[in-house]
Design a protein around this ligand. Structure first.
Ligand code: BMA
Length: 364
């Protein structure tokens, strides 16, 4: 049963699911699972808090893989992150496992578990290059230049987007209800490292890809998606909006900004967040949308008090729906590729202090 409070909050909201604006919303309209998730995040923002997110949180950590209930975040703070991110890379070719080896069945089960505990799920997607069949980072060809004229290519992309849509539509809780998720496709497009990025597409081609994505989801009746747009760092307001799909397509205005260069990079990271997030927040509020720091983190945490000394002041005062850090890869594969401390790491106390004092939402 949906709670009346949530429904009331959802219909009262200025930000409404799937790119709707307040004027298009009426009390007679059905409240979708996406509307409910937006309302839930909006009330967290209004209470001065934000969801703390971690990619692949319960799939693996620094020293373990697929241990039921495990989480590096929980091992250190006693709680799960309020938001978990998952990636659909390789779903497009019907693989049973994603690009980091995580089975899609496992992802679906963990999304359900996170939903049951009252948490939020977000989904990113690193699909193959549909022309070369190399990975997302293969920019040797630029498929978006030919999408409008190459029907074999557009058939492939449509099939791939359709598979992502079907996976998301299939996410159900134990009572068979749709689980709302944030979907953040075609991310970091202002950089040139992905085949959909600035070096491989015009703004018009990029926007057309977003519209195509939405049309395919809509044609399948998918109503459990909260749509997030997330270009990268160092953008002016004008650059940020040059590839913006439009208010009818987006629910969350995000940005991905990472900390590089350890202690030497503290000032640069802070400047980057403070240069971009305030206008993202301002524009989100103006448009009746949510804002988020959709990806961030300091790889390997060489700045051991990064969470309280760098992240907290950088985002202080910004009404964000969530702040998500990237994954803790298993040590034997990528020893320094982790973004939250694991038990025994010198950042443990700092991360606990962050969890207790920053307003970040963690859950039991
Ligand atoms: C990147 C790294 C990669 C990973 C990809 C998708 O930033 O973590 O190792 O394959 O994200 O999760």
């Amino acid at each position: 049963m949906k709670s009346t409070l949530i429904i009331a909050a959802a219909v009262a909201l200025t930000a409404c699911g799937s790119g709707k604006t307040s004027t298009e919303t009426s009390t007679s309209e059905t409240v979708t699972p996406a509307d409910e998730l937006i309302a839930r995040m909006d009330s967290v923002v209004k209470s001065g808090q934000f969801y703390f997110g971690h990619h692949d949180d319960t799939a693996y950590g620094h020293t373990w893989r697929y241990v039921p209930g495990n989480s590096d975040v929980k091992a250190v703070t006693g709680k799960y992150p309020g938001l978990m991110n998952w990636d659909l890379g390789l779903i497009e070719v019907d693989s049973a496992r994603n690009l980091d080896g995580v089975p899609f069945e496992f992802i679906a089960a963990e999304i359900s578990a996170q939903n049951e505990r009252g948490g939020v799920n977000a989904i990113s997607w690193h699909p193959l290059n549909p022309q070369s069949r190399g990975n997302s980072w293969d920019v040797s060809t630029a498929p978006l230049h030919s999408l409008a004229t190459d029907s074999a290519l557009s058939d492939t992309i449509d099939l791939w987007i359709g598979r992502a849509a079907e996976f998301i539509a299939s996410l159900k809780d134990s009572e068979g209800r749709s689980i709302p998720v944030i979907f953040r496709p075609w991310h970091e497009n202002s950089g040139s490292w992905f085949w959909w990025g600035a070096g491989s597409s015009t703004p018009e081609e990029y926007i057309a890809l977003w519209h195509r994505t939405r049309e395919i989801f809509d044609s399948k009746g998918v109503d459990n998606v909260v749509w997030a747009y997330s270009p990268d760092k160092d953008l002016t307001r004008e650059q940020y909006f040059a590839t913006y799909p439009g208010d009818e397509y987006v629910d969350i205005l995000g940005t991905d900004i990472y900390h590089f260069d350890g202690e030497n990079g503290v000032g640069q990271y802070t400047d980057r967040v403070k240069a971009q997030m305030p206008f993202v927040v301002e524009e989100a509020q103006k448009r009746g949308k949510l804002a988020a720091l959709t990806e961030t983190g300091c790889e390997g945490l060489p700045v051991t008090d990064w969470y309280t000394r760098v992240l907290m002041p950088a985002i202080d005062g910004l009404p964000l729906a969530y702040v998500c850090v990237w994954r803790n890869a298993i040590e034997s594969e990528k020893p320094q590729h982790f973004y939250v401390p694991y038990p025994g790491h010198p950042s443990e106390n700092d991360f606990r202090k962050f969890a207790e004092t920053s307003g970040a939402v963690f859950i039991k």
